[in-house]
Design a protein around this ligand. Structure first.
Ligand code: PNS
Length: 162
């Protein structure tokens, strides 16, 4: 039987424990997850594309069922390139829903075979947002509960040593 591969796309700036939770649950449903880091030229990010890919690869280095890649341009084109029609997304709050629905429907218009599968974020992670993480670190607080250790270290380096 063909392997069921799902793409888990995102900016991952920074990569959080909420993302890890979705990936860990994702590999129980799919045979392989490709974490696809988006190169968004118009978005100003804390970490470069290379840094984000490197951090996520380090976190999953002993996990052959979790691949880490990056893409530029349309997600649907990337999905066609890797040969899958499944996209996995996490949904935290009701306010996520509108944006996610628009994205899923637009992607389906562009590529009708594409299926977006949503996983509801577990409540202990549902408050995690990248903008709040940045603010907490900048103001000297700890984000240990929200991001992996390596991400917290790198956030401190980036945001405090300026
Ligand atoms: O983590 P994010 O920022 O919510 O992820 C959004 C992402 C990267 C999945 C989305 O912006 C995306 O797919 N970008 C690639 C460009 C694209 O295909 N745009 C049309 C989406 S309808």
């Amino acid at each position: 039987m063909r392997k069921k591969v799902a793409i888990y796309p995102g900016s991952f700036d920074p990569f959080t424990k909420g993302h890890i939770n979705i990936i860990e649950r994702g590999v129980k449903v799919f045979d392989e997850i490709i974490v696809a880091v988006a190169h968004n030229v118009s978005k100003k990010t804390i970490f470069t594309l290379e840094e984000r890919v490197e951090i996520i690869r380090e976190i999953f280095r002993n996990r052959p069922e979790i691949k880490v890649d990056y893409f530029e341009g349309l997600l649907v084109e990337y999905a066609k390139k890797v040969g899958t029609n499944i996209v996995l997304r996490g949904m935290r709050t009701v306010s996520d829903f509108e944006y996610e629905l628009q994205m899923a429907l637009s992607n389906k218009t562009l590529y009708p075979e594409l299926e977006t599968v949503f996983m509801v974020t577990e409540s202990m992670y549902s408050h995690i947002s990248s903008s709040l993480i940045k603010e907490i670190v900048t103001l000297g607080g700890s984000v240990r509960q929200m991001v992996p250790e390596i991400v917290e270290e790198k956030l401190r380096e980036k945001l405090l040593k300026r």
